[in-house]
Design a protein around this ligand. Structure first.
Ligand SMILES: C[S@@+](CC[C@H](N)C(=O)[O-])C[C@H]1O[C@@H](n2cnc3c(N)ncnc32)[C@H](O)[C@@H]1O
Length: 290
């Protein structure tokens, strides 16, 4: 197993390289990807005036929704490792009380703006190189009795479309980044709910619950566009952008072929996404604790 600092550097590299794809497809992703975070947003039941943090905010769409939920007197902070995505988020959304910050949740003591009433995270916790460190920063950034709601992917079987774009595109492209092994950061690193519970408990959370949520992404019936989106936001994104237009075209066609089984002609795509909704709260500090 690779050590944490190497995994952290790999994570930072991966997201710096993935950022251009996420930025290109940000509006599309906000729209099509909304079901991935809906359960966490619902569970938080945000109220006007609350302070909320969005961890791994990407290009900021969900954070802007959080800001709207706590308006007019509340505030929302989006935090992300990838500076280019944070710059895109700032350019895409502006509202009173809405801020985007660059930072690695694992290496911060507390997130600027803490204490927060609530923390939201969509598809990011499983990407931490050191999950207990990242979750501990989240816990420290919440007030006593604060609440966390996050969604992550379950396993590959529950998300069969996820590797399809990369597998279909790879034969036409250059080298891919290293694929995660076991618990290393990656889409399925939080597949085991017992491990997720252990990590949150080790980070000091209470009332931890991990509940299955089955949703579906339904992008428009446009095979070229769906292939380009899924290639560019995934591990093949950097190799795709570096490729000649003819190789890009073949890569899109290869990805579209493997995604075909998730399309019904005339009814569009249906990408089944099996997620965990992870919820927890912060306990009263014990005497002598931070
Ligand atoms: C799969 S993307 C999801 C983005 C966004 N939440 C969404 O659903 O559109 C995961 C995001 O988490 C960020 N991320 C990964 N590890 C992080 C860390 N340790 N600290 C802060 N952000 C991190 C990545 O840069 C990336 O933008």
């Amino acid at each position: 197993m690779t050590d944490t600092s190497a995994l952290r550097a790999r994570n930072a590299d991966f997201w710096a390289q993935a950022a251009p794809g996420w930025i290109t497809h940000a509006d599309w992703h906000d729209e099509v990807g909304r079901p991935l975070g809906a359960a966490a947003l619902d569970w938080l039941r945000l109220r006007p005036g609350e302070r909320v943090l969005d961890v791994g905010c990407g290009c900021g769409g969900a954070t802007a929704e959080l800001a709207a939920a706590v308006a007019p007197s509340g505030s929302a902070v989006g935090l992300d490792l990838a500076a280019a995505m944070v710059a895109a988020a700032r350019a895409r959304f502006a509202a009173p009380g809405l801020r985007y910050l660059v930072g690695d949740i694992e290496t911060l003591d507390r997130v600027p703006g803490a204490p927060f009433d609530a923390v939201h995270s969509r598809m990011a916790l499983m990407l931490f190189a050191d999950p207990v460190a990242g979750l501990t920063t989240i816990r420290r950034s919440l007030r006593t009795g604060g609440r966390l709601a996050a969604t992550v992917f379950r396993d590959g079987g529950a998300n069969p479309w996820l590797p399809a774009a990369m597998l279909g595109a790879a034969p036409f492209l250059g080298a891919m980044p290293p694929l995660p092994i076991g618990d290393e950061p990656g889409p399925f690193a939080f597949a085991d709910p017992a491990r997720v519970t252990r990590l949150l408990t080790a980070a000091g959370f209470t009332d931890v619950a991990v509940v299955a949520q089955d949703v579906a992404l339904e992008p428009p019936e446009d095979p070229e566009a769906v292939a380009a989106w899924l290639i560019e936001i995934g591990p093949a994104g950097a190799a795709y952008r570096a490729a000649l237009p003819s190789a890009q075209k073949s890569a899109r066609a290869g990805a579209a072929r493997l995604l075909e089984r998730f399309r019904t002609a005339g009814n569009g795509y249906r990408l089944p996404a099996g997620c965990w909704l992870i919820t927890a709260t912060t306990p009263e500090p014990a005497r002598g604790q931070e």
